[in-house]
Design a protein around this ligand. Structure first.
Ligand code: WQD
Length: 339
């Protein structure tokens, strides 16, 4: 069965490609390398020993996207492609709406033209905004997002729900990721953000590698056990396996399935820093800095529905996530090589 991964050379997409291929799926990747590199695809092939059909295209380009559906019988699409930097989305909202919505709409039109009816969407816990309570369940309110990036995720969820309502043969799965970190156990695949990282773990590993002087801990006066922000960190390989489970679900169901992909455990910034130091033996100097605008105090999932319906749950510990992140960066100090 062939699965098209848009943005499949990215952090989550590349790890998902490996898990799918190891389960016997054939993978087609469409990626414009806006936030990834072709080397990641070569690493996927190296890990699995299998070839990937790669199309270096912008998914919003209908003609180029259609070529994929002409050349392959695509059974399911997993839509990872999208801009995803919260701060950048505040500075360039129109670029985020144009890119994230156009790619989705072009995909849906092309899928309809070729009778492809299964769509798994890379959504995000950010659609919950600042939750009234934790753990977060899938039936909790969404849409009150604090930034354009989160609003694009929410809007795309609405587009997909409307599409499914209009065409009952569609099978749509919305996967709401919490905080993906870690790297493939081989050290060959990892998160390779452009420029100065905005997310916590990519920043920590650059400090550990001596490329940045120290970590700024954004606030220690939150109403949390140690005052620093609490999040639900999930190993990227566990997240990737959640996508394999989602495809099985899409095969057996129509309509819209919505699932949190998190561990159900909340860890503070200092929990992550201290676990990283313990897991790797590498120090991470930090200073307490002012809160980051838009940050919330606490966010972690109830993963019960994914376990009950998908038969999936996260298995890696925070220590695993820290160790794997560091192993990959230690082996690839300058990230993926440019082509
Ligand atoms: C985690 C915690 C920060 C950096 C965002 C998006 C979400 C997803 C993941 C894309 C917070 C603290 C961070 C630093 C710090 N993105 N922190 N110093 O904001 O929970 O989620 O990224 O899919 O959709 O919303 O993740 O890693 O940026 O922050 O103290 O240098 O670490 O305050 O408490 P976040 P994050």
């Amino acid at each position: 069965m062939k699965v098209l991964l848009t943005g499949g050379a990215g952090f989550i997409g590349s790890h998902t490609a490996v898990e799918l291929m190891e389960k016997g799926y054939e993978v087609v990747i469409a990626d414009n390398f806006a936030n990834s590199k072709p080397e990641a695809v070569r690493r996927i092939e190296r890990i699995t020993g299998k070839k990937v059909a790669l199309y270096p295209i912008d998914v919003a380009d209908a003609d180029k996207l259609e070529q994929i559906f002409r050349e392959h019988t695509i059974d399911t699409v997993i839509h990872f492609a999208g801009l995803k930097a919260v701060g950048e989305s505040v500075r360039y909202p129109v670029m985020y709406y144009r890119n994230n919505l156009d790619t989705t709409l072009t995909l849906l039109e092309t899928m309809a033209k070729y009778g492809c009816r299964k769509f798994v969407f890379s959504s995000s816990a950010t659609v919950y905004g600042d939750p009234a309570t934790v753990p977060i369940t899938e039936d909790m309110p969404t849409g009150d997002c604090s930034n354009p990036y989160g609003k694009t995720k929410y809007m795309i969820e609405q587009i997909l729900k409307d599409a499914a309502f209009a065409d009952p043969s569609l099978s749509i799965v919305l996967l709401r990721y919490f905080n993906p970190i870690g790297a493939h156990s081989s050290g060959l695949l990892f998160e390779d953000p452009n420029g100065i990282p905005s997310n916590l773990m990519p920043y920590i590993v650059k400090v550990a590698a001596g490329k940045l002087d120290h970590l700024n801990v954004f606030g220690n006066d939150y109403p949390t056990p140690d005052g620093t922000g609490v999040r639900d960190y999930i190993h990227v390989t566990d997240l990737a396996k959640g996508h394999v489970a989602a495809i099985s679900y899409a095969d057996q169901n129509s309509g819209v399935g919505i699932f949190n992909l998190g561990t159900g455990k909340g860890y503070s910034v200092l929990d992550v820093v201290n676990t990283f130091i313990r897991a790797t033996g590498v120090n991470v100097p930090y200073v307490i800095a002012p809160r980051r605008p838009g940050d919330i105090a606490e966010c972690y999932a109830s993963p019960d529905k994914a376990l009950k319906v998908l038969g999936w749950r996260a298995e890696h510990s925070l220590e695993d996530m820290c160790r794997d992140s560091w192993n990959a960066v230690a082996a690839n100090p300058d990230g993926y090589p440019e082509d």
